[in-house]
Design a protein around this ligand. Structure first.
Ligand code: GLN
Length: 380
């Protein structure tokens, strides 16, 4: 599989614009944006330097990231563990370019976020792909163990998972840790959805697993934490010797990240826990509304813990199971853009699931449900 010219997100957003559809495809909020963050960025633009900040990120943000993870996830970190990047995607790229040498085998787990495979390939790596098992999307540890060979060097994880919203448990991560230790592997974990968990499932980072603490790289994103997807402020967090390697790649990718946005993110991470709780509650209500609406209209929604997305099981919802074809039809004929889960597969795609983003106004979500229900009624 080679990388598509245009990502599925860009393609579906383009079609949504062309057909004037409600866009529940690409994951971004269309909601009031946090005024605290905007004010902090405005003040920083006006009052602070707009020249190159330190290459690894301003010390205040690096410390704020370490403190935020100490507070929310009990991780023992300092600024030396943190490299600030221009978004989570750049953190993924810098990390993979730091860790993958030509010919290395890297284990990817599908459904997989679309950037992982091309980045591994551009670094000269060879992807070995295993699959989560629906409908609970559990990680088959036997398949993982079998996929590890003499050339395997790393594993890419994602929790909470985009697109399906499920999370890796401590037990699973401990099993991954035992394998990583036995085979001397690194683990890259995309955790950009860590702040968007809507049930009691604890978010566990591989950095919290003793066997992985010195082998894991954690990717985070201010764009996700603060609902500012266009800001492109993210970070990689790892043991200092790994952080240094990642910084060496970051300096030739983007070099630095806009300082005003770093100041704003640093201030944001220091907001009280009540602020983060209120954000989560705001999103939880929208998720519940979309799920309730879909279920009341007879759609089957799969359970999930985190992210800005829910997935529907198409066959169980009385819809054609070819998700790619259905997504195209829905945007054109029903006026609702979505993302087919099969787009997150490098091989042998699991078809039959559609991802919908709920970070929209209530009236928009209600109208989308009405349009989906009408489309389905017309199929009969
Ligand atoms: N992370 C976003 C999503 O899953 C997409 C980001 C992008 O379009 N590159 O929808």
């Amino acid at each position: 599989m080679t990388a598509p010219d245009t990502t599925i997100f860009e393609r579906m957003s383009g079609l949504a614009r062309e057909y004037g559809a409600i866009n529940l495809g690409q994951g971004f909020p269309e909601l009031p944006e946090p005024p605290e963050l905007i004010a902090a960025a405005q003040a920083a633009l006006a009052e602070r330097s707009n020249q190159y900040p330190p290459m690894r990120g301003i010390p205040e943000l690096r410390s704020a990231v370490a403190n935020y993870y100490a507070r929310t996830q009990g991780l023992n970190l300092s600024a030396d563990n943190v490299v600030v990047t221009s978004g989570g995607t750049e953190a993924l790229a810098a990390s993979l370019f730091a860790m993958v040498a030509p010919g290395d085998e890297i284990i990817l787990i599908q459904p997989l976020y679309d950037a992982y495979l091309p980045l591994v390939q551009w670094a000269g790596g060879v992807a070995k792909v295993i699959s989560l098992t629906p409908p609970h999307w559990t990680l088959p540890l036997d398949d993982l163990a079998t996929a590890i060979g003499p050339k395997t060097r790393g594993i890419v994880l994602n929790t909470p998972n985009n697109p399906v919203g499920t999370m890796l448990t401590r037990k699973t991560l401990e099993a991954v840790g035992a394998l990583a230790e036995a085979h001397e592997l690194w683990v890259l974990c995309d955790e950009v959805w860590e702040a968007m968990v809507f049930d009691d499932t604890p978010h566990i980072s591989p950095l919290a697993i003793p066997a992985l603490a010195a082998r894991a790289i954690k990717i985070g994103s201010a764009g996700k934490i603060f609902s500012m997807t266009g800001w492109k402020v993210g970070w990689a967090v790892a043991a200092p010797h790994l952080a240094a390697r990642i910084a060496a790649r970051h300096q030739f990718l983007t070099f630095t990240t806009p300082p005003a946005l770093q100041w704003a993110a640093a201030e944001g991470l220091g907001l009280a826990n009540s602020w983060f709780d209120a954000e989560r509650a705001r999103y939880a209500a929208l998720k519940a509304r979309l799920v309730r609406g879909l279920e009341a209209a007879g759609f089957k929604v799969l359970p999930c813990s985190g992210t800005w997305f829910v997935t529907i099981d198409l066959a169980a919802s009385g819809l054609p199971a070819d998700d790619a074809m259905l997504a195209e039809r829905l945007v054109r004929e029903a006026g609702v853009a979505s993302i087919p889960v099969s787009a997150f597969y490098a091989q042998a795609p699991e078809t039959g699931y559609l991802r919908l983003c709920f970070t929209k106004d209530e009236t928009v979500l209600d109208e989308a449900v009405a349009r989906l229900a009408k489309f389905r009624a017309q199929l009969d």
